[in-house]
Design a protein around this ligand. Structure first.
Ligand code: DX5
Ligand code: ZN
Length: 220
């Protein structure tokens, strides 16, 4: 049976009750905390930075998956490791020397992730696929929670899966943006291993039950 990982996106949490929402994820069937960091340059929004990540990490009891939507991530890699990030994902579009950046992330003991904007083809990762622990396929344009899912994502996942298999890589495929019970099964059938969900989890009447259902629905 496939163990699909569920990663609630803290971007959709209630920041005035952040500890409560972190504990909710701790007590749910979720596998990872997905933490979105935006700089207002790479994406047209600013979320939060190091102090908030540090506060989350103080309470989080699960893998912390940091998604950097920032230009020039290299100078901050060490800091994110010190703050408690387990996975550090950078954007393909933000890294001129991606191979170097991936080595630097791994040298700090973190899993190296690469995120792709909706317009970026997955084949661009072929030559570094063995260096990537997780590819985050954006199924919305990054910057905001609560946007609608881009249908083309299924094809991108299948093509990426072929690349991973062809290269004997153990890279996980993560999908980020507009994920819900409407598309989760089809995403996993296409090859997704990790589902990020922001609004679908945090806007639900019962977030714990919503995570449990998503987990149950996608582990088959
Ligand atoms: C978007 C972020 C996502 C976002 C997902 O830029 O990277 O992680 O929080 O939120 P939903 O699931 O609401 O689309
Ligand atoms: Zn994200």
């Amino acid at each position: 049976m496939k163990n699909t990982l569920i990663a609630p996106s803290v971007l959709s949490a209630d920041f005035a009750n952040l500890q409560r929402d972190v504990e909710m994820i701790n007590n749910s069937a979720a596998d990872w905390f997905h933490v979105d960091i935006m700089d207002g340059v790479f994406v047209p929004n600013i979320s939060f930075g190091m102090p908030v990540l540090e506060a989350i990490a103080r309470h989080a009891k699960k893998t912390i998956d940091v998604h950097l939507m920032i230009v020039n991530p290299d100078p901050y890699i060490k800091t994110f490791a010190q703050l408690g990030a387990n996975n550090l994902t950078v954007h393909y579009e933000a890294c001129t020397h991606l191979h170097r950046t991936l080595q630097a992330i791994k040298a700090e003991g973190m899993t190296a992730g690469v995120a792709l904007n909706p317009h970026t083809p997955v084949h661009l990762l072929e030559d570094v696929i063995n260096d990537i622990g997780v590819v985050c396929i954006m199924s919305v344009n990054p910057g905001f929670g609560g946007q609608s899912f881009i249908e083309r994502t299924y094809d991108k996942i299948s093509t990426l899966k072929e690349i991973i298999v062809r290269n004997n890589a153990s890279t996980l495929i993560e999908v980020d943006g507009g994920v819900s019970d409407k598309n989760a099964v089809q995403l996993v059938e296409a090859g997704a291993d990790v589902l990020v969900a922001g609004n679908y989890v945090f806007r639900a009447n019962d977030p714990v039950e919503t995570v449990a259902k998503l987990k149950q629905q996608t582990c088959f």
